[in-house]
Design a protein around this ligand. Structure first.
Ligand SMILES: *Cc1c(COP(=O)(O)O)cnc(C)c1O
Length: 479
């Protein structure tokens, strides 16, 4: 399996291996990496896979995309990642062993639990594997990496819990000082591992993000201090997520004659991109339901064919904050497939996007082909979120988090007769207490290990919005 860039229009495109692109981000031409072609899942494989454990299934799927890590090593890395103790979250051992159990609300409608990892959000599903893959590849090459990132909440904690204590890896995570919830701060800042560095900047998330960009654009500094990233465009993250789409199909159906509808709360298009890939591999997914919050760029595209990313000033702060995104960083991967994998078309479309503009596929053959990709979309606002959290609690006695509520709201608008629907649960309600209290007047339960986490000692360096100060801090801690 080789990987190509969505923007490589040369007559002999560069063909990279999995480990070539594992540690990097964008391709040098600004595009995103995708496999040259999607390996297919045969009917016989789907039949055989019904009996597999999560880790066995993960190996079956991921090994189709990786040919430069010896199979035994890859298997060991996957086995050590997807264990009941990592994805336990205080549940009974049998449920924990399923890693991503389905919780049926009623016949034909269920939740795919993806949030039982260490930070209570689906990002652990991929990030934990990334931590183990990074450590393995760095050790083989005798290299080290300093991961620099900015977070408004979920990504930073998932990255830190995946990389803590890993050899050859340091994490420098910037966050906006006093802007995250007390729980999110405690999750990150209470980590005492020597390779984890939290930096709170006196500014907003965008200020933190701008510092990361500025440091990464200093090529001399970047290469001297081996600065890397683990952001949502990382191919290995998308690949690891593909596994649970296959799992969702197998767990949500009784035989391979059935199809399934899957609903996905979306921001950067990373999660649902993995669903698209599973569908391209032949998993019988009848519909991928894309749910946005008030920041509805993606819903707008799937309804109209117009992709109109917005600026920071136009991005709303909502009660499903992990979807407060107005430029979907993984969307280019889908559009590459939509336009028949023509890098020239992608280049032309993103020339406009990267210049702060938009594109409109209305009336083009590309837009005419859109329905064949199985997407449906919708949006959910604060009032919908509260109503859904209340309705699910009243009808089924289950608390869902705000993002999952957006997914359930839009799922209800796109169900298909005779086909089961699974809504992907992207976080646990304990992470977003305030809105749960607003909706239900009660506080969601926390896993025992996180009770009182706010009272633990915290390690964080508070700084002004100052690129040089961050660079000096990294220098001081790299020796
Ligand atoms: C990151 C995140 C999302 C959005 O996922 P994308 O891959 O960015 O589309 C949704 N819900 C939660 C809880 C998240 O942390």
């Amino acid at each position: 399996m080789r990987y190509i860039s969505t923007r490589d229009d040369s007559s002999t495109p560069a063909r990279k291996t999995f480990t070539d692109i594992l540690l990097g981000g964008l391709a040098p031409d600004g595009g995103l990496y995708l496999p040259e072609s999607y390996p297919q899942i045969t009917r016989a494989e789907l039949d055989a896979w019904r009996g597999l454990s999560y880790a066995e299934l993960a190996f079956a799927v991921i090994s189709k995309f990786v040919d430069d890590i010896p199979a035994d090593d890859l298997k060991a890395l996957i086995d050590k990642t997807y264990t009941a103790s990592v994805y336990c979250n205080g549940r009974n051992p049998e449920l924990a062993a399923e890693i991503t159990p389905v919780r049926w609300l009623e016949p034909g409608l269920g939740l795919l639990e993806l949030s039982n990892g260490p930070t209570l959000a689906f990002k652990d599903m991929a990030m934990q594997l990334l931590g183990n893959l990074f450590e393995y590849v760095l050790e083989k090459r005798g290299e080290t990496i300093n991961i620099l990132g900015a977070t408004s909440g979920d990504t930073g904690s998932a990255a830190e819990y995946a990389m803590r204590g890993k050899r050859g890896i340091r994490v420098f995570m910037l966050s906006p000082h006093n802007r995250m919830s007390a729980f999110q701060r405690a999750q990150m800042f209470s980590l005492q591992d020597a390779n984890i560095f939290n930096i709170a900047v006196r500014g907003m998330f965008d200020d933190a993000q701008d510092i990361v960009k500025a440091v990464s654009n200093d090529h001399e500094f970047k290469s001297r201090y081996k600065i890397g990233a683990v952001n949502s465009i990382n191919w290995a993250r998308v690949l690891a997520q593909t596994v649970y789409y296959v799992r969702a199909y197998l767990a949500g159906t009784r035989s391979n004659d059935e199809q399934i509808v899957l609903s996905v709360p979306s921001g950067n298009f990373g999660n649902i991109c993995a669903g698209h890939i599973a569908r391209m591999m032949g998993v019988p997914i009848a519909r991928l339901v894309l749910a946005t919050n008030e920041n509805d760029v993606l819903d707008e595209f799937f309804r109209t064919g117009i992709y109109r990313p917005r600026g920071t000033a136009e991005t709303m702060v909502t009660s499903s904050p992990s979807m407060d995104i107005s430029k979907a960083s993984n969307f280019e991967r889908f559009v590459f497939d939509l336009v028949g994998r023509d890098p020239n078309v992608v280049r032309a479309l993103w020339a406009s996007v990267d210049a702060g503009g938009s594109f409109d596929l209305t009336g083009t053959p590309h837009f005419a082909r859109l329905p064949t990709f199985g997407f449906a979309s919708g949006k959910s606002c604060h009032a919908d979120r509260l109503a859904t959290i209340r309705r699910i609690h009243e009808q089924y006695g289950i608390m869902v988090d705000t993002h999952t509520a957006d997914g359930l709201k839009v799922a209800a608008e796109h169900r298909l007769p005779g086909i089961s629907t699974l809504a992907l649960e992207t976080a646990l309600p304990a992470k977003f207490e305030e809105t749960i209290v607003e909706a239900l007047g009660m506080t969601p339960a926390r896993p025992a290990s996180m009770v009182g986490i706010e009272n633990l000692p915290q390690r964080v360096e508070v700084m002004d919005v100052d690129v040089d100060a961050v660079k000096r801090y990294i220098e001081r801690h790299c020796n």
